[in-house]
Design a protein around this ligand. Structure first.
Ligand code: SF4
Ligand code: MG
Length: 328
């Protein structure tokens, strides 16, 4: 297998200023992330809100500039591309946003919204664009004659389908979905997840799913990366991460998966400030297993195919009840 997307030591810090404009440190939104996504697979990036996963998704497509690190798409150094070359490369890399209400221009018909990327990237021959729009609408489960309507005439689920059609218009190889169903009614979420799953399979897409909802991730991911305070704390095949989580934070997240009868999160309290993350293991302030070493030594990601950043990962008690809960 070959990696379509490779991130190495990627970092992005956002300066924080007080009311008088004085520098007050920086939010370490993404703090040294290395990941690679094989072509044709689905990687899920999970974690609590504010852990940096949305920033990471935007960095991966160079929608925002990293402060440090390497970024390769199909072997090409994305950070070395000129703005013009990067615009051309956008054809292959698309983002689906969380909010289908905000991601469509209310002054554009559905047809015009989907025509825009088709024309920008010169995807279809002149004269064939409108037929292609109708095909795309059908492909996402909407009627072709809906092309002439306006975004406000659609429900949230339909708008997200339109946004998906728009993202697919240029024929991308890589799609990043940033919480693509979390703004939708629960009853509609499964339908849109199923649609995404079908599209991924049929089009052979490489997909990065950013989500705080492990129930959604479980259905769709080949691999899972767990993020905490700007860093990856665990990464591996989905079955391994869900079946035998190695990091205490992952265990806590899994224990809080809705529908498992264990809604009460094991992660107590709020995450610490990403402006001044704790020394040593960043999770030590909330970890039930923390020892002295955890407060001083930074644990590296270790363990090969299924990696975790925890000093105690080989000594933690097994979590059999947890395994049963997430197996169904
Ligand atoms: Fe908990 Fe220590 Fe492991 Fe961090 S390194 S997750 S504090 S046991
Ligand atoms: Mg987010």
């Amino acid at each position: 297998m070959t990696a379509l997307l490779e991130l190495e030591g990627l970092a992005k810090h956002f300066p924080v200023r007080d009311a008088l404009g004085r520098a007050r440190g920086a939010v370490r939104a993404v703090d040294g992330v290395s990941l690679s996504v094989e072509a044709g697979t689905v990687l899920a990036i999970v974690g609590e809100s504010g852990c940096g996963k949305s920033t990471l998704g935007r960095l991966a497509l160079r929608l925002i500039e990293p402060d440090a690190g390497r970024l390769r798409f199909a072997g090409e150094d994305l950070r070395a591309l000129s703005p013009r070359a990067l615009r051309a490369r956008r054809r292959d890399m698309q983002l689906i946003f969380q909010d289908p209400f905000a991601s469509l221009d209310p002054r554009m018909t559905v047809e015009d919204a989907i025509l825009e990327p088709l024309r920008l990237h010169d995807v279809v021959q002149r004269g064939g664009e409108r037929a292609r729009v109708r095909q795309l609408l059908e492909r996402v489960g909407l009627r072709p004659d809906m092309a002439r309507r306006w975004p406000h005439e659609f429900s949230g689920g339909q708008r997200q389908r339109i946004a998906i059609a728009r993202a697919l218009a240029s024929g991308p190889k890589l799609v990043i979905g940033d919480e693509p169903v979390s703004a939708l009614d629960v009853s509609v979420q499964a339908q849109v997840v199923n649609l995404l799953q079908d599209l991924i399979r049929e089009l052979g897409l490489t997909f990065v799913l950013i989500s705080h909802d492990l129930g959604v991730v479980r259905h769709i991911a080949d691999r899972v990366a767990v993020m905490y305070l700007g860093q990856i704390v665990e990464e591996g095949p989905a079955a391994a991460v869900f079946g035998a989580p190695r990091h205490p934070y992952t265990r806590a997240l899994l224990a809080a998966v809705p529908g498992t009868g264990a809604k009460a999160a094991l992660v107590e309290g709020d995450p610490p400030s990403p402006i001044a993350p704790p020394a040593g293991c960043r999770f030590h302030t909330r970890c039930p297993f923390a020892e002295a070493v955890c407060r001083t030594e930074v644990p590296g990601l270790a363990g090969g195919e299924h990696r975790a950043a925890c000093h105690l990962q080989d000594r933690l008690p097994p979590a059999p009840a947890l395994r049963e809960r997430v197996a169904g």
